[in-house]
Design a protein around this ligand. Structure first.
Ligand code: WTA
Length: 655
């Protein structure tokens, strides 16, 4: 199979950091040299500088039985102590850890001293429930401070958390609780979303109900936060209100040291097939890379910055960049419960203005939905506090990147486009904002200490100006340590493809440009083959979004008698264009546009104007479902969609 991916799009805009930014930047170019000189010593130094080790490590990496890595193996630490107590002991107890903003408008300001106190009490409560080292605790909560406290309290005990996104159903919750064998569930009566109180506890009740299948439930206690005050069913043996026990518990709790490789969390991520994979992360290596990347990529100055990562705690970004990274670094951050459009579309910009947010980390899907609504909404707010923007989750098209910089970043803020995965635990590819001359649409360079390549099917580097598969060629501290309960699947999924080279295969297609910079091209499974040319979804989507009428686009390859596959595009138009143009006229204009932008080979056979695109709850487009529509099949499994009704709407619009 030819894995070369053709390259079609050219981008020659460049943005160097201002000299002032570079001068003040946390990370300078010497980081690359240090990592180059001695990679393992580099990581050891980062770990010693950024973390407190109760027992210092002497081994850096044990890679004697790949792909099972051990980092800082003989060291001992407590993850929660690193995120809390040590800041208080250093006299920073009064620093704000969380500016919490609930969707209804309620707010709480929580200092490091207060958060430490809460976590100690909660740790005592959990210990009272019998939770100890290695036990699993499921967390099913909205984005409220108790969610962050829960992760930390579990970590403090050397136990393992498994966060299940609050938007998931009772069935998904049950299968995750069962797979992990959770002993305790922490939940809330409900949370606020789009102006309504959504229910959570009722899903936990359903997930834990006896289904008469003889399966033994592992859950002994359910701890419930009161958030919405809706009515809930109550099991007097099993259920405990948070407010009845946590404030009353002792505020004394000494953090014990645990081995570096003690498991920290399991996080389920959907595979292409079959049941979700429980990605396992451990303590010392994970926290090292979380802190290192958070500090250097986001140029964190903890004394003055106000940082905001919009990801939900249910995703890995919420773990690494709304919990462990920022707290390990003593950052002040914003935590927001709800959706960007409640009570009206400018809510996020109001929050930035209100708290003076300086560093803002979000997803391309959000940026494109703001583009669709138009720039007037953000321009009515004062966003001048922002000095750095970040993007994660999908390729960010150059036009969305430019809009982000111009409209949200006042035309001056650097943007870091960060590539990583649940499996990698922390950022792997990104610009360093005070060093790198950025290119719209490119994640660019592996971070110092990280070894990445783009290779062909034999594992040979494709070199510059060519496309192939993205691999990680050396173990890294925050790498996944396995799939919970399924070591074979771990090896099979990530390490088999390039077993003889020992490379980790990420599943993404990528390209190196003439400078060697890396451009992500989407999942390898989504690559199209048109008349023998392998085309990436990302490039054609970027071309479509570069048209002034387009807000968002998804491209798939559909079977075609003459060309093998044909390009089929689904496009959402900007609201302002819908009023003045017909869909048919614009569809044809967009076909021609792609033809002139990147060449006739990429010109879509069909362009469908739609109102929505099918997305997972973390905002990734599900192209598999669009392929079903494009090929006239019945649409497959829609369970993981954020909005399951969206496919029937799209199917109607297309037919
Ligand atoms: C995609 C999210 C392009 C990629 C942290 C990866 C990206 C998958 C980027 C992991 C980026 C993430 N540019 N693509 N900056 N960041 N991806 O596990 O396909 O939810 O494999 O982790 O998202 O998604 P996950």
């Amino acid at each position: 199979m030819n894995q070369q991916i053709d390259h079609l799009l050219n981008e020659d805009r460049r943005f160097a950091p201002s000299s002032q930014f570079s001068q003040d930047a946390v990370a300078g170019p010497e980081l690359y040299d240090e990592a180059q000189a001695d990679r393992l010593e580099f990581w050891a130094k980062q770990s010693r500088d950024l973390l407190h080790w109760h027992t210092p490590f002497t081994n850096v990496l044990d890679w004697t039985s790949p792909p099972f890595a051990k980092w800082f193996d003989d060291g001992e630490l407590n993850v929660a102590y690193n995120c809390l107590d040590r800041h208080v002991e250093a006299g920073l107890g009064d620093r704000v850890a969380l500016h919490f903003e609930g969707e209804p408008g309620d707010t709480r300001t929580i200092t490091y001293a207060e958060l430490t106190d809460e976590v100690k009490r909660l740790a005592n409560v959990l210990e009272g429930f019998g939770v100890g080292r290695g036990d699993r605790v499921a967390i099913y909560l909205p984005m409220i401070p108790e969610a962050i406290a829960s992760l930390l309290a579990v970590a403090r005990l050397g136990a393992v958390h498994s966060v299940v996104f609050g938007g998931f159903s009772a069935d998904s919750l049950r299968s995750r609780i069962d797979d992990a064998g959770a002993k305790v569930v922490i939940t809330a009566d409900g949370g606020y979303r789009k102006g309504k109180a959504s229910a959570l506890k009722v899903n936990v009740d359903q997930a834990l109900a006896d289904r008469g299948d003889g399966e033994q439930l592992t859950v002994e206690k359910v701890l419930v936060v009161r958030r919405t005050e809706q009515e809930v069913d109550w099991d007097g043996e099993r259920d405990v209100w948070w407010h009845d026990v946590v404030p009353q518990a002792s505020g004394e709790h000494e953090a014990q040291a645990f081995p570096s490789e003690n498991p920290l969390f399991i996080l389920y991520t959907s595979g292409t097939t079959g049941k979700p994979k429980g990605i396992l992360h451990t303590s010392g290596g994970y926290l090292t890379q979380a802190a290192y990347t958070h500090r250097n990529v986001f140029d964190l100055h903890p004394e003055t910055d106000v940082y905001w990562c919009t990801a939900d705690i249910g995703w890995v970004t919420g773990h690494t960049y709304a919990t462990y990274g920022p707290l390990a670094n003593g950052a002040t951050q914003v935590l927001y419960e709800g959706t960007p459009e409640f009570p009206e579309p400018g809510r996020w910009w109001d929050i930035i203005e209100k708290y003076g947010v300086t560093i803002f980390y979000t997803a391309p899907t959000a940026v494109r939905s703001f583009m669709k609504q138009g720039r007037d909404i953000p321009l009515q707010r004062d966003l001048s506090s922002l000095r750095l923007l970040g993007s994660v989750g999908e390729p960010i098209n150059p036009e969305a990147w430019m809009w982000f910089r111009e409209v949200i970043g006042s035309g001056i803020t650097p943007i870091v486009d960060t590539w990583w995965q649940t499996e990698t635990g922390a950022i792997m590819i990104s610009a360093l904002p005070g060093v790198t001359e950025t290119k719209p649409g490119s994640a660019q360079v592996p971070l110092p200490g990280i070894s990445i390549d783009v290779v062909d099917e034999k594992g040979e580097p494709v070199g510059n100006d060519a496309g192939g598969m993205l691999v990680v060629t050396e173990p890294w501290p925050s790498m996944l340590r396995g799939i919970w309960g399924d070591p074979d699947r771990f090896v099979e999924t990530y390490w088999k493809m390039f077993a003889d080279k020992g490379f980790y295969f990420a599943g993404d297609g990528a390209r190196r440009d003439e400078d060697g910079d890396i451009w992500l091209l989407g999942r390898v499974d989504d690559v199209m083959n048109v008349s023998g040319h392998r085309l990436s979804t990302a490039e054609i989507e970027s071309a479509l979004v570069a048209h002034e009428a387009t807000a968002e686009a998804a491209v798939v390859g559909a079977n075609d008698e003459t060309t093998g596959q044909a390009v089929v595009a689904f496009v959402i138009l900007k609201e302002s264009f819908l009023k003045t143009h017909t869909a048919e006229g614009l569809a044809e204009a967009l076909r021609q546009w792609v033809g002139t932008q990147i060449g006739p080979i990429a010109r879509p056979r069909d362009v469908y104007i739609v109102g929505e695109l099918p997305k997972t709850r973390s905002g990734k487009i599900m192209r598999r479902l669009l392929r079903d529509v494009a090929e006239g099949r019945e649409v497959g499994d829609t369970q993981t969609l954020a909005d399951t009704a969206v496919m029937s709407v799209i199917t109607k619009q297309v037919r």
